[in-house]
Ligand binder design. Structure first.
Ligand code: FAD
Length: 322
């Protein structure tokens, strides 16, 4: 028996969340006195998983799986779980995996708990802590079925180095006839920019910026920091920014290490999407803006004065430290 973890990759490279779920799987395996096996698809750097406690990797190489397909990927992971006779499966809480996980749970007849933020509190019964009510609270949830599926929140458990040697085995899966009942025929993706889901730093702006013509300084700040850009809901509703940048309860969740909020009031629906971010910096003219209560650092000031100064300081810092 082992713990199986699905480690996501893109263009052959492991995603940041792959190291987090690998670390989580290694911890669960340690608690159970067993080992952790990863299953990866078209990944070219599987050996790195050994740095995070994975002792075996089942590597699937297949052109038909070159783009994400929930049903087909669920079949691959289910097949790996059966191959290892595992009863505990770990996945991330990425958008793709949240799409795949219910199919995987159904196929394994497993109890599924997403948004888990900590190592299991107990393994018998198996109890995990997860976020609920748009990250406003926690639930301690027991998974009572024999097979268990745990979705770990991004940036919650962290990537914990624990060097072992990972043996890498080729793994082939005979996919069912209906694995590709749906198929993406074309994917348009923003290239060359950090994405909100994977970014370590997110620079986000709201209606306080007055209009789309003022986003140049937001993009410049993001460029200097290697950050993704994001916005509040009204900003995308007004068409100032693309909908893909809208963060919050009805938009994307952000679990970055640094979230800089410029001219955003901090309404509860916005905060729901950013509460998993580690450090929040708020720039707002109104000292009573609710966002300051959730901030780690706050600057009461006009964005049109503060942001250009911040950009200049960061440029100086980079020039001195390059
Ligand atoms: P505002 O509330 O207008 O705030 C602008 C802020 O900018 C103010 O705090 C102001 O002091 C500050 N400001 C003004 N000028 C400057 C300046 N020069 N420099 C610095 N600061 C300045 N919102 C989301 O963001 N995400 C969601 O997912 C979401 N989901 C929702 C779901 C529902 C069902 C509902 C009802 C609402 C939802 N909202 C969501 C909307 C939310 O309630 C707020 O209306 C919205 O977040 C406010 O956006 P804002 O902070 O950009 O704008």
């Amino acid at each position: 028996m082992s713990v199986v973890v699905y480690t996501e990759s893109e263009n052959g490279k492991l995603k940041k969340n792959a190291f987090e779920v690998a670390s989580y799987a290694a911890e669960v395996a340690k608690q159970l006195g067993t080992s952790a096996t990863a299953v990866s698809i078209n990944c070219k750097e599987n050996e790195l998983l050994g740095d995070y406690g994975i002792t075996k990797v089942l590597n699937v190489t297949s052109d038909t799986l070159s783009t994400f397909n929930a049903k087909a990927y669920a079949e691959v992971v289910a097949s790996a779980v059966k191959n290892e006779s595992a009863t505990i499966t770990i996945v991330s809480s990425s958008a793709d995996t949240k799409f795949m996980a219910p199919l995987l749970a159904a196929s394994l007849d497993a109890g599924y708990v997403p948004n888990v933020v900590d190592a299991p509190e107990s393994t018998s019964p198996f109890i995990v802590k997860r976020t609920v009510f748009s990250n406003k609270g926690f639930a301690h949830t027991a998974i009572n079925s024999e097979n268990k599926l745990v979705g770990v929140s991004n940036n919650a458990f962290g990537a914990i180095e624990n060097k072992v040697t990972a043996t890498i085995e080729d793994f082939t899966v005979a996919l069912s006839d209906n694995a590709f009942n749906t198929k993406s025929t074309e994917i348009d993706k923003v290239v060359g920019k950090a994405t909100i889901a994977d970014a370590d730093i997110v620079v986000s702006a709201g209606r306080g910026l007055k209009g789309p013509e003022n986003w140049g300084m937001v993009e410049e700040l993001a460029d200097i920091l290697g950050a993704a850009t994001a916005c509040s809901k009204p900003v995308s509703d007004l068409g100032w920014r693309p909908h893909g940048e809208h963060v919050g309860q009805t938009g994307k969740p952000v679990a970055s290490n640094l979230y800089i909020a410029i001219g955003i009031s901090g309404a509860i629906q916005h905060l729901a999407g950013v509460s998993s971010s580690k450090t929040k910096v708020v720039i707002n003219t109104d000292p009573e803006a609710p966002f300051f209560k959730a901030a780690d650092y706050g600057i009461v000031g006009d964005a049109f004065e503060v942001v250009p100064q911040l950009i200049e300081k960061l440029k100086d810092f980079k020039a001195q430290n390059s």
